[in-house]
Ligand binder design. Structure first.
Ligand code: SF4
Length: 288
């Protein structure tokens, strides 16, 4: 199955398509690891660090900050820097104004997740800018991503190296199993973020792509974060795309009209039960 994202990835079209990972990495002046702090990005870093023969400061780890990340994401990155003994460049596109910038977009573009404006604004665009600067300084740059085939059918159909929007990239742990990823991290004595122990993962805990079951889990284990998600959801209803009945969190879900109990518009009945436990479903007016 070819996805849009796969269509924008092309092979190098030269000898690099057949090189071993070690030889490929060492053709470049610097490597830029796109780092979320999640297990796959840690394992990718560890793998390329093992194979990289260039100077340590040319193995650059970059993280795009988003204000709806886990509240202790920054502290966890501090921990990773100390245990990995490697700096992590943190890029906050809007600096101290991140939350305001997020909430403005929330009201304009809708709840983050489904249409991924959040990723492109806070992660892809600033990291692309960073790589662009390196390229303009004349360096050959290879971007490293933690994508793995095992994660989904979509990812299994992806090309693991080549050109992505004109940038050289490779997925160094593309064929690794989850067990292998965890083993490689454990071997280095690195502890995963506490959310993993709760069945969660790194990435925004209030992401609109969560399933109903995942929202329920968040409500039970991290009620404060869950409440914050509900608050943002309410604010996102001002967005035009909601008014037009367009993009919704967890795409495919239908939008309900106003709920007289909650004074907001939850999604499906199931979702409403999860997000608005005090909501009396009989009070909902279904529009779909
Ligand atoms: S995890 Fe979800 S909410 Fe966070 S940036 Fe990615 S798509 Fe957006």
């Amino acid at each position: 199955m070819k996805t849009y994202r796969d269509r924008v990835r092309k092979p190098f079209g030269d000898y690099r398509d057949g090189l071993s990972l070690r030889r490929l990495l060492n053709l470049y002046d610097c490597l830029v690891v796109r780092f979320s702090g999640g297990k796959d990005s840690i394992a990718s870093f560890l793998r390329v660090r093992d194979l990289w023969a260039g100077p340590a400061d040319k193995l650059i780890v970059v993280h795009g900050s988003i204000p709806i990340d886990w509240p202790d994401a920054g502290e966890y990155l501090d921990y990773l820097e100390s245990v990995l003994k490697h700096p992590i460049v943190r890029i906050a596109k809007f600096g101290d104004d991140s939350m305001r910038a997020f909430e403005e977009r929330l009201e304009k573009w809708g709840y983050p997740g489904a249409n991924r404006w959040c990723t492109s604004t806070f992660k892809v665009s600033p990291l692309e800018g960073y790589v662009h600067k390196l390229l303009r300084s004349g360096r050959r740059v290879l971007s490293i991503y933690g994508n793995r085939a095992q994660e989904s059918r979509q990812r299994a159909a992806q090309r693991p190296r080549g050109l992505w929007n004109g940038r050289d990239f490779v997925f160094p742990i593309y064929k690794w199993s989850t067990e292998k990823v965890l083993e490689s991290i454990d071997r280095q004595g690195v502890k995963l973020h506490h959310s993993y122990a709760q069945g969660e993962r790194m990435g925004c805990p209030v992401c609109g792509n969560r399933s109903a079951g995942e929202w329920d889990m968040l409500r039970k284990r991290y009620p404060k974060i869950w409440e914050q998600g509900v608050h943002w959801y309410g604010r996102s209803l001002k967005a035009d795309n909601y008014r037009k009945g367009g993009i919704a969190p967890n795409h495919g879900l239908k939008i309900l009209s106003r709920c007289s109990t909650c004074a907001t518009r939850p999604l499906t009945a199931d979702r409403a039960k999860l997000w608005f436990p005090n909501c009396k479903l009989k009070d909902l007016e279904w529009v779909a």
